[in-house]
Ligand binder design. Structure first.
Ligand SMILES: [Zn+2]
Length: 122
C-alpha cells in the first residue's frame, strides 16, 4: 500500500498542478483564437456550406478544434478539483476508498482522483 505524501512531495505536486493549469489556460486561449479564425472564415463566405468548397474543410476543422477544447476543459476541471483537494488537505487520498494514492502515480498523473486499485475497477 502506498505511503502518504510527505510535505515536500505534496508541495512538488501542487506546484506541478499549478504549472499545468497555467499551460492549459495558454492552450485554451490559442484554441479560442483558432475557433475565432474558423468562425471568421465561415462568416466571410456568402455561399452556404453545401455549395462552398471550403465548407466541409471548415466543418471538420471546427469539430477537431472543438474536440481538443473539450479535452482541455476536462483536464482543467480535473486539475482545479485536485488543487481544491490540496487546499482541503485531502489531496493524495483516493476519492473512492480514501487510501493514499502514492507519489509514483501522482507524479505521473498529478490530477489522479483514484488509487491504482480503484482505477482498475470497471
Ligand atoms: Zn481507491
Amino acid at each position: 500500500m502506498p505511503e502518504r505524501l510527505t510535505d515536500a512531495q505534496l508541495e512538488h505536486l501542487a506546484r506541478e498542478l499549478r504549472r499545468q493549469r497555467h499551460d492549459l489556460d495558454a492552450q485554451q486561449v490559442r484554441m479560442d483564437e483558432s475557433l475565432d479564425d474558423v468562425r471568421a472564415a465561415r462568416g466571410s463566405s456568402d455561399a452556404d456550406d453545401e455549395h462552398d468548397p471550403e465548407g466541409p474543410t471548415l466543418s471538420s476543422e471546427w469539430s477537431r478544434i472543438s474536440g481538443l477544447t473539450a479535452g482541455l476543459a476536462d483536464r482543467s476541471a480535473a486539475i482545479d478539483r485536485a488543487l481544491q483537494r490540496v487546499d482541503d488537505g485531502t489531496y493524495g487520498q483516493c476519492v473512492r476508498c480514501g487510501r493514499p494514492i502514492g507519489f509514483g502515480r501522482l507524479d505521473a498523473l498529478p490530477w489522479a482522483e483514484l488509487c491504482i486499485e480503484c482505477a482498475r475497477l470497471p
